[in-house]
Design a protein around this ligand. Structure first.
Ligand code: 2RA
Length: 352
């Protein structure tokens, strides 16, 4: 029978989407599917592809016999346990930030640099951050044909990028402002949130309901956030362009799931809107939704739950030669996390 795959963090937000993805697949190459989670969740049962599985506790022995271990857990758990899985004979596909910039760990988006997964001296393959991933299918495609030179990006990131805590907070804030005459005076949204008894300890640095928050991730040097540096560093690594000029501003918006990005990309060669459209139309993992006459374009509310990346609003930048502007939306829990991790695992099976 086929290889044994493990989902580490099977009961978490991304692990649960991973199971949905597996359930939706017409066929899977796996012999055994093993679900691994914290000792707290061990013993619970989850049905995968019609078969009830008992969740086992994370331990070195849990990896015995595993060929591919997909990790959907926080950075510190991946840092500790991915090497353990490798020691026990598995390839670790890691969705955390623990290994992404390690030069001995490939950072893979299968349709862009899938072959990089075969060179993995540490036995670990990393999955990019969801913000980078949301634009990578589109950018990889254009880079292959027109040669990417510069990238200026603004993100519109969903609350679920901050985990279940982010989702719960946004829902609670929306309840707190619903039906109220707020958003008309500075500070009244905050007051409504406080009056509803919500804690000041929010995953967001400002109210997210009826607002946008230009801060995602943690503080880094010179005013940048971790999220903005990830967009720069990971784009360079995935595309194999170590000197790519990148500038990003990452913004949290009151959307539950699906990240969007406004992309301004400059290429070596001239690229027309028609050429870009044709290129996107031929890409299996991209849906072109771009009709200025409709008008028709992607939005997070229309894309959430979908596997492909949606691209629209493609324009030739009026004052910048060889430059396109476009808008992408991608479900941050699917292509942005669970789906790409799963596709890496599928790529590894195909290559074996
Ligand atoms: C966020 N990209 O949206 C992060 C999650 N990894 O906050």
């Amino acid at each position: 029978s086929g290889p044994t795959v493990a989902i580490v963090g099977a009961t978490g937000a991304v692990g649960s989407v991973m199971i949905e993805i597996m359930n939706a697949r017409e066929s899977v190459p796996w012999g055994e599917i093993r679900l691994i989670a914290s000792p707290r969740s061990a013993g619970s049962t989850i049905t995968v592809r019609g078969v009830e599985h008992t969740v086992v506790a994370l331990s070195p022995e849990a990896f015995d016999g595993v060929d591919i271990a997909m990790f959907d857990v926080p950075d510190e758990l991946s840092a500790e346990w991915a090497p353990v899985a490798v020691e026990r004979g598995a390839i670790a596909v890691d969705n955390s930030g623990a290994f992404r910039m390690d030069p001995e760990v490939p950072l893979v988006v299968p349709e862009v640099n899938g072959s990089a997964a075969t060179r993995r001296p540490k036995g670990i393959v990393a999955n990019p951050n969801c913000t980078t991933l949301s634009m990578m299918a589109a950018l990889g495609r254009l880079h292959e044909q027109f040669g990417l030179r510069e990238l200026v990006v603004s993100s519109y990131q969903a609350a679920s990028g901050s985990g279940q805590e982010g989702v719960d907070r946004l829902r609670a804030e929306l309840d707190a402002v619903a039906g109220k005459q707020v958003g008309e005076r500075a500070g009244d949204v905050s007051e409504a949130i406080t009056a509803a008894g919500l804690s000041e300890d929010s995953p967001f640095k400002a109210p997210l309901a009826l607002n946008v928050v230009p801060w995602c991730g943690s503080r880094k040097e010179d005013g940048w956030t971790s999220e903005e540096l990830k967009v720069r560093n990971e784009s360079r690594k995935i595309l194999g362009l170590p000197d790519l000029r990148v500038s990003a501003t990452c913004v949290r918006v009151p959307v539950l799931t699906t990240h969007s990005l406004a992309v301004h990309a400059k290429f070596e060669r001239e690229v027309t809107v028609e050429q870009a459209r044709r290129s996107f139309e031929q890409a299996p993992s991209i849906v072109l939704q771009d009709d200025p006459d409709g008008p028709d374009f992607p939005t997070p509310a229309g894309v959430v739950g979908a596997e492909p990346t949606y691209v629209g609003r493609i324009r030739q930048a009026l004052d910048f030669p060889e430059t396109l502007d476009f808008f992408v939306c991608g479900d941050n829990l699917r292509k942005g996390a669970a789906l790409n991790t799963y596709e890496i695992a599928e790529t590894l099976v195909e290559a074996s």
